[in-house]
Design a protein around this ligand. Sequence first.
Ligand code: ZN
Length: 243
Amino acid sequence: MNITIWNENYGETHDEEIRATHPEGIHGTLAGFLREIPGSKVRTAVLQDPEAGLPDDILNSTDVLLWWGHIVHHLVPDELVEKIHDRVLRGMGMVVLHSAHHSKIFRRLMGTTCDLRWREGCYARLFNLNPAHPIASGVPENFELGAEECYGEFFDIPAPDDLIFGSWYDSGEIFRSGCAWRRGYGKIFYFQPGHETNRAYYHPVVRRILQNACLWAAPQVFRSVEGSPQLIPTLEEIRAGKE
Ligand code: ZN
């Protein structure tokens, strides 16, 4: 399974506190524990790399793409967003993290504003709302996340195909913090924790959830009626109605 972690990499290069929390960037923190997935090959890509980090050869060899962005969503080229969208429809998995709820690609995949209510400096507890779901494997009934930025309802997303986690904040808000959808042949998971100055990605249960999410989102192997297995059909094949 080829995992590519994409990060806008802005805060890490402009803010001491974020650099202190993620010395190798948020992508580096994520890569550290996603590499523990047996059989995974993990690459990282940042906005500042050539072609915004995702030239065709990298995108087209990615099984699961993780996306972290916050304040420079507008710098991601529209053509790249369309390429990622097409690849998700063809079977690539996508894990959308925290403030990437407002990324171009997530809004494109959802078709809604993905707006939400927001508040700083809260304490969060997550609840496992779907214990039978593969992404919830090994996750307790609920767990304390600790300090985390608060995202609140109403979260303007289409009804998830699977609602897996819910968050409660000491400020009184609740939030659908772990949601999954299918789009075409692809699978998408949105997960709320991961504010840049908090330590969610060091939490053992969060790490387990994101490892589970990569395994769940990886493309299925399709077998055409002619019998040749293929990992990802071409867009032309999907449009022609082939499986
Ligand atoms: Zn944040």
